[in-house]
Ligand binder design. Structure first.
Ligand SMILES: Nc1ncnc2c1ncn2[C@@H]1O[C@H](COP(=O)(O)OP(=O)(O)O)[C@@H](O)[C@H]1O
Ligand SMILES: [Mg+2]
Length: 421
């Protein structure tokens, strides 16, 4: 038999003709799960070292001026007059400001963008697509951080039992997140919580602050899978149980404290996704420019319309979204196939496709140190790469911000209309 020229490059074990991928019983899988969980725990602990807790970067005077759209002079004068917080002076003589200080400066200068509680509703945005890997979590986290950076009071809800969003906040879903800090107790309801004390009748007890000032989190862990079954059980057992409004009702217990609530959803049409979609005022659907993703976006809308057709039969007022937009994610502007599919998407969904695309970027593919583009202050690579990523993100997030603000009567200059309206 002629030797395969590639054989030499392969390790011996791979050539062993008796080698089999091992079978697995339920017990084996349990052992596997435990082993893998231990290794994952170590990997995450290593990634989150040395502080083991994430600490947010600070911003210098120039950055604060840009962020708030004021001149450095204005800030310097305010600091000299003792009207504005003076930040921390570092060795180079520069001043650095925490996000809390940035927000304080914003407040003193009357530049906070928060909604007017008398006229403006809090806006719930669900980032949804039944497919995995399309950039839902990535879109969610950057949107939440962008809004918090701008001074909006923002709540992020991780509705995916996998807890990827939670991990980006530096929390290990299994080790650092108490079930009470997830949606689980609320979704289970008073009769199905594990411990009666877990039922508080509000989502307020599920919220935790994060290291981002003004950005709160309802985390996720594997308990959310159980909550999925609980909703199914409640549907069978509770009279007139509207299984699609549970999360919406929960959000109503806390939404007065926020301007925007961003929900990251799981990649499936589960009860939880249904709830997230039903709770949403607006939907942003990330779609990478690939044929399969285009195809699945079509089935997303088919399933969504079936879902709403059935809920609308029961609800007194039919469900309406204030906006439903598609975000072309993972876009390579020089890739011919991407450009072609971008065109198809626009042909199919017209003005629903956001004008800004989220470009492919190594900065956004967050690595083991789990930092988002908005969190990086010292970038090891080419600074232009980071600047480009931020440019993409600000484009996308700024467009979504404008759509959100278009819902608030107090922010309307006469004659102005929302981007997706
Ligand atoms: N703009 C981008 N550039 C490069 N990688 C990206 C970009 N957006 C997302 N990714 C990567 O794609 C993968 C899937 O993204 P994620 O947000 O987790 O998707 P989902 O939540 O839909 O499953 C992740 O590894 C993420 O880092
Ligand atoms: Mg995700």
């Amino acid at each position: 038999m002629a030797a395969n020229p590639n054989d030499a490059a392969l390790p011996r074990s791979e050539l062993d003709p008796t080698r089999r991928i091992p079978p697995a019983s339920a017990d084996d899988i349990q052992v596997l799960a435990d082993q893998a969980a231990d290794i994952l725990k170590e990997a995450l602990a290593a990634a989150l070292e040395p502080a083991n807790r994430k600490i947010l970067r600070k911003w210098n005077l120039k950055e604060v001026a840009e962020l708030l759209g004021v001149s450095r002079k204005t800030l310097e004068r305010g600091i000299d007059d003792g009207k504005l917080p003076d930040g921390e002076r570092v060795a180079t003589g520069r001043r650095l400001f925490t996000l809390e200080e940035v927000h304080r400066i914003q407040g003193i200068l009357g530049l906070l963008p928060t909604r007017d509680p008398a006229t403006d509703r809090p806006i719930v945005v669900a980032v949804a697509n039944f497919k995995g890997g399309v950039a839902k979590t990535s879109t969610s986290i950057h949107l939440g951080q962008y809004l918090a950076l701008r001074g909006y009071r923002t709540l992020m809800i991780d509705a995916d039992a996998q807890g990827s969003l939670t991990t980006l906040f530096g929390l290990r879903p299994d080790a650092d997140v108490d079930g009470r800090h997830t949606l689980s107790p609320w979704l289970r309801g008073p009769d199905l919580v594990d411990d009666p004390a877990d039922w508080t009748g509000t989502l307020a007890t599920a919220i935790q602050p994060t290291y981002w000032h003004g950005l709160d989190l309802i985390a996720a862990n594997l308990q959310l899978y159980g909550a999925e079954f609980a909703i199914s059980a409640r549907r069978a057992n509770e009279q007139n149980f509207r299984f699609w409004t549970v999360l919406k009702d929960g959000i109503q217990t806390v939404s007065a404290n926020y301007d925007v609530i961003v929900i990251d959803t799981p990649p499936s049409l589960s009860f939880l996704t249904t709830n997230a979609i039903y709770a949403a005022d607006g939907i942003i659907m990330p779609v990478p420019p690939a044929m399969m993703d285009f195809a699945s976006s079509v089935s997303f809308f088919q399933l969504l319309s079936e879902l709403l057709a059935s809920t609308n039969q029961v609800e007194a007022t039919p469900k309406r979204f204030d906006f439903l937009g598609l975000l072309v994610s993972k876009f390579e502007p020089k890739n011919g196939a991407h450009i072609a599919i971008h065109d198809w998407l626009r042909a199919a969904f017209a003005k629903r496709v956001l004008v800004n695309t989220m470009g492919m970027s190594t900065v956004v593919r967050v690595g083991a140190d789990i930092k988002t583009a908005y969190e990086i202050d010292r970038y090891d690579g080419d600074r232009r790469t980071l600047a480009r990523a931020i440019e993409y993100l600000n484009g996308v997030n700024g467009e979504i911000e404008a759509v959100i603000r278009a819902q608030w009567p107090s922010k309307q200059a006469p004659g102005r209309r929302g981007v997706l309206a």
